[in-house]
Design a protein around this ligand. Structure first.
Ligand SMILES: Cc1cc2nc3c(=O)[nH]c(=O)nc-3n(C[C@H](O)[C@H](O)[C@H](O)COP(=O)(O)OP(=O)(O)OC[C@H]3O[C@@H](n4cnc5c(N)ncnc54)[C@H](O)[C@@H]3O)c2cc1C
Length: 414
């Protein structure tokens, strides 16, 4: 085996970079291997190029955004919290700003700057090698003795006192996140909770494509007929179905339900500020003025114009009917369409478009206080490879940074 390092970190995303920095801080000789030509490709495109680094919310509220079990994340968050992360970044010269909803961004508004800051910090303290694709871990009798990586067409074996796997999940595979670490973890005896796309768009059945964004709507997720989640905010109709902030919020539960072949539907309330009686009063007022208006005139006052034709088709009401002749059943159809337009969910957008991966290395087999495997004495996990994911708002990057830090300081001590 080639020169020995104390700690070898696999994957130079946010989790791996932070793990390398933390391990080097414990005086370990650290090697960080990245298979792409540049570290942190995904980090460079986060937050639409602005990078929502973390969220300023207090611990209790912060943890409500972490799934499937936020208790696992608590020790890592306590050890390296959102405020610790901001202090750390500010200490390196990267200023940050807080925006609506507690979301923290770099003051420069450039995710590239966050990536470069972390890479520079890692390079000061560790050896960072790109175009170095790890292909195998050498695991024997509950220990990982080293690994094999490919570099410029050569296979190189290297020994290590500790290995940190931070290879990410399967979302946005073009950035290098192709799930390589799952197979190594599985071979080492770990259970992999089936990886699924999360924070992703939903495909609708019986849907005529339109492209239109809406604000202040209420979106409900129905599974086997029961409402399991309700969210309020912005949404977009797309060529395949729906996307946007409220859709991403319900996508985790929707993807699970569809994957389990459960009857899954969404219900859109276009007028959440009005109850049925208020909608009825509004329609009655419109029937009286102007006296000879048509149903389409009424809809034009209540909905944005791109939605009118799809609304009429979906509710099967007659658009040219005169308002004063509006039948009771059509009035009911309009109210139902406005307050609870329902579509069956036929699928979800793939890993190519999803923002994160839900699923990964089972939480039961990782020590939450160290990020060390409970099965292999000197093998650590950090970041999205772990069965942890979160809502949008900076929470996913905090998972990567906190678990990376925790893995780094503990691996670096070995
Ligand atoms: C478009 C987009 C926008 C996002 N925006 C935000 C945001 O604003 N805020 C937020 O909190 N989260 C955001 N996320 C989610 C966030 O980027 C991820 O959760 C985070 O990057 C996960 O970090 P990680 O280090 O665990 O994995 P990754 O970032 O996936 O990094 C893993 C690294 O491992 C490398 N690797 C993989 N296999 C090997 C191998 N065999 N050998 C060597 N190296 C390997 C990969 O090339 C990659 O560089 C966004 C995600 C996407 C896709």
């Amino acid at each position: 085996m080639k020169d020995a390092f104390d700690t070898v970190v696999v994957g130079a995303g946010p989790a791996g970079l932070m793990a390398a920095i933390a391990a080097a801080g414990k005086n370990a000789k650290v090697l960080l291997l990245e298979k792409m030509e540049k570290p942190a490709r995904k980090l460079r495109i986060t937050g639409k190029g602005r990078c929502n680094i973390t969220n300023s919310r207090q611990e209790d509220e912060f943890l409500t955004n972490i799934f499937p079990d936020s208790r696992f994340f608590k020790p890592a968050f306590k050890n390296f919290s959102n405020t610790d992360l901001v202090k750390f970044l500010n200490g390196t010269g990267l200023d940050t700003v807080e925006e609506r909803g507690g979301r923290i961004f770099p003051a420069s508004q450039r995710s590239w700057d966050v990536a470069e800051t972390l890479v520079k910090e890692a390079e000061k303290k560790a050896t960072v090698l790109c175009r170095a694709k790890v292909v195998k871990l050498f695991v024997e009798q509950n220990r990982v003795n080293g690994l094999c990586y490919e570099h410029h067409g050569q296979q190189i074996n290297i020994s290590a006192r500790a290995v940190i796997v931070a290879t990410g999940g399967l979302a946005y595979p073009l950035t290098g996140s192709t799930g390589d670490g799952y197979e190594w973890a599985r071979r080492a005896g770990h259970e992999i909770v089936s990886p699924r796309p999360s924070l992703t768009g939903l495909e609708l059945a019986d849907y005529e494509p339109i492209r239109f964004g809406l604000k202040n709507i209420e979106l409900s997720l129905l599974v086997d007929g029961g409402t399991v989640q309700k969210e309020f905010g912005e949404m977009e109709f797309t060529e395949y179905g729906i996307d946007g902030p409220v859709v991403l919020k319900i996508s985790r539960n929707a993807v699970n339900a569809v994957s389990e072949n459960k009857k899954t539907a969404v219900r859109i309330n276009f007028k959440p500020a009005l109850n049925r009686q208020q909608l009825l009063n509004r329609i009655d007022r419109e029937i009286l003025s102007p006296p000879n208006g048509q149903v389409a005139d009424l809809l034009r006052k209540m909905l944005p114009s791109p939605l009118i034709t799809p609304f009429i088709k979906k509710t099967k009401i007659s658009a040219t009917g005169k308002l004063p002749e509006l039948k009771y059943s059509d009035r009911e159809n309009i109210i139902n369409g406005l307050s609870s337009m329902q579509y069956a969910v036929s699928g979800f957008r793939s890993f190519n478009e999803a923002i994160v991966t839900a699923g990964g290395v089972s939480l039961q087999e990782i020590n939450p206080k160290t990020m060390c495997s409970k099965l292999i004495d000197n093998l650590f996990f950090a970041g999205e490879i772990i069965n942890l994911d979160a809502n949008t708002g900076g929470y996913n990057l905090q998972i990567a940074f906190s678990t990376g830090w925790m893995a780094g300081i503990n691996a670096g001590k070995l």
